[in-house]
Design a protein around this ligand. Structure first.
Ligand SMILES: C[S@@+](CC[C@H](N)C(=O)[O-])C[C@H]1O[C@@H](n2cnc3c(N)ncnc32)[C@H](O)[C@@H]1O
Length: 532
């Protein structure tokens, strides 16, 4: 017999009603219970579209081929509730694995370290600023947290394929109420594991209780027929107790004498096959992300790639679709990409999406999943960035960079003029042209905090990303070439690659510049108006 405890809170009935209404509506009539309208998603950017790769049908069944042939991996800037409502129109029951690492209900804000210019040394604070990445505070307490999570978890289940799985990463703050909610949404019989991810706590802040040094990952499947791969790559190493007691038999194969029964030691030989042991639900072998590693992105809540590697390998197959609706620095997306899965990521923060954009673009420079010291060395498949309409011109993310005496009223940002971009077009030989970024200025620079502007030594210190679209089409920026700074690679090229504009009959080009604050500016140049 299965016992069910129903978790309830003040607005639960109202939220349930809204979910019902929400699912009955067509996409034209999105209704959001806070803003009365769902913002739509708009295609914004395509990174390295390559027709040949796009044409490849990526492993789905026949009737899905048409849709998949035009499928791009998706990185979405926006609130995940609106995003999932949109996704339901296209991807209902199509996602094999959802991993989420949502705010933990900690009541605090989390920071992001933004590096400036070429300075590599993370210890010297003149090369970086620390700014808020996202807030995890809930004015209405646990009620408002549950009100936030409930409809989202509900929609995630709708998106999951019948053989799909869901992993929810939390800690002691809210894992208990969320466990009850997941039991209700997925059915208690579909609960699979409570995974304990242990990491050594940084320092002893208290000696009044035991140190908290683990997170909890709740694993549910959508049904009893779900994917779970017994893959050698997810195995755990033998404990040192086993390793210390290894012996070799007459053929040279390692074994140990295994276990005990009724207090008696068993004499049986247990042979070691080199794979290690089938994983338990306590994970001690995944270290926290350190600042000196290839995967570090400067985000305080970034999760390790090895954690996602085990989850993705166990609960999906190559070419399956994987989603992370709180993607942060894109850890889950990067691991999905490296393991040949398709992916959808979403985050409400401009910085998170920008970090993820660069992390995927630069994936060949990222860590190899089997050897942290080696590089992955394979370029990413093309992906598309989509932006929720109301985020396109939204400048409110600038709030935290302004001097405290500035009026932070909403609307003020609408008066902010776009940053100015100065370009030079260079002809290399014949009709091969290059674009050079020669200046960048922020018209509202005097409103920005001195703690930031004091660290800017030259105009190019503002620049974090510079891209050119040599063949613009309406509305979407098709990146033909891009240069960007990463945590480890601080130099940026301000001169693009060469492009044969006559051959391709190009009439205009576009450039995109993203500065270290997250300002994104696009400039279009008509080629017949300029002399090269
Ligand atoms: C704990 S972090 C995720 C970290 C990520 N796993 C990584 O490895 O970098 C949580 C993320 O959720 C995002 N977030 C919070 N509310 C959101 C919402 N309503 N929609 C989309 N993303 C949201 C935050 O901006 C933050 O980046």
């Amino acid at each position: 017999m299965i016992f069910l405890v129903d978790l309830t809170w003040m607005k639960k009935n109202a939220v349930q009603e809204e979910i019902k209404k929400l699912l009955e509506r067509k996409s034209e009539n999105f209704i959001d219970w806070e803003k009365n309208e769902y913002p739509l998603l708009k295609e914004d950017e395509i990174l390295y579209r390559e027709e040949e790769e796009r044409k490849e049908i990526r492993g789905l069944s026949v009737d899905e081929k048409k849709e998949v042939s035009t499928f791009y991996n998706l990185l979405i800037l926006g609130d995940n509730l609106a995003t999932m409502r949109w996704l339901l129109e296209h991807f209902k029951e199509k996602i094999t694995l959802i991993y989420i690492d949502p705010p933990f209900g900690t009541g605090t804000a989390f920071n992001l370290k933004i590096k400036i210019g070429e300075g590599k040394y993370s210890t010297d604070s003149k090369y970086w600023i620390r700014e808020p990445a996202y807030k995890d505070s809930w004015l209405g307490g646990l009620d408002s947290y549950l009100e936030f999570m409930y409809p989202r978890l509900f929609l995630m289940k709708k998106l999951l394929a019948s053989h799909g799985s869901m992993y929810v990463h939390l800690d002691w703050h809210v894992v208990h109420p969320i466990k009850l909610l997941l039991d209700e949404i997925f059915g208690k019989e579909n609960f699979r594991n409570q995974i304990i991810w242990y990491y050594p706590a940084a320092s002893a802040q208290t000696k009044k209780f035991f140190m908290r040094s683990h997170d909890v990952i709740l694993f549910y499947s959508k049904s009893k027929n779900y994917i779970f791969n017994d893959d050698a790559q997810i195995y755990m190493e033998y404990s040192s107790r086993v390793k210390d007691n290894l012996k070799r038999d007459e053929k040279g194969v390692y074994y140990y004498r295994g276990g005990s029964h009724n207090g008696l030691k068993l004499k049986r030989k247990v042979y070691i096959d080199g794979k290690g042991i089938f994983p338990r639900d306590v994970w001690l072998d995944v270290p926290y992300v350190r600042a000196n590693t290839l995967e570090y992105q400067g985000f305080s809540t970034q999760k390790p790639e090895l954690l996602l590697k085990r989850i993705i390998l166990a609960s999906s197959n190559e070419k399956d679709l994987i989603a992370d609706f709180f993607c942060g620095t894109g850890t889950c997306l990067a691991v999905a990409e490296k393991l040949g899965r398709r992916w959808i990521g979403c985050d409400i923060s401009k910085h998170a999406v920008h970090i993820s954009r660069k992390r995927i673009l630069d994936i060949h420079e990222g860590r190899d999943l089997n050897n942290g010291k080696k590089k992955h060395a394979k370029k990413a498949t093309p992906f598309k960035i989509m932006v929720q309409e109301d985020k396109i011109h939204d400048k409110s993310f600038l709030k935290s960079y302004l001097k405290p005496d500035q009026n932070h009223e909403e609307g003020l940002f609408q008066d902010f003029k776009e940053p100015e971009i100065e370009l030079k077009i260079l002809e290399k030989y014949n009709s091969c042209m290059k674009i050079e970024l020669v200046n960048y200025s922020i018209p509202f620079e005097e409103k920005i905090k001195k703690s930031i502007t004091n660290k800017i030594n030259k105009w190019s210190d503002w620049i974090d990303f510079f891209a050119v679209d040599f063949n613009p089409s309406q509305g979407v920026f098709n990146t033909s070439w891009a240069s960007y700074r990463t945590q480890k690679q601080r130099e940026i090229s301000l001169e693009s690659c060469g492009w044969n504009h006559e051959l391709k009959k190009i009439h205009s080009i576009q450039v995109k510049v993203i500065d270290i604050l997250g300002n994104e500016t696009i400039k279009t140049i008509k080629l017949n108006n300029i002399k090269i």
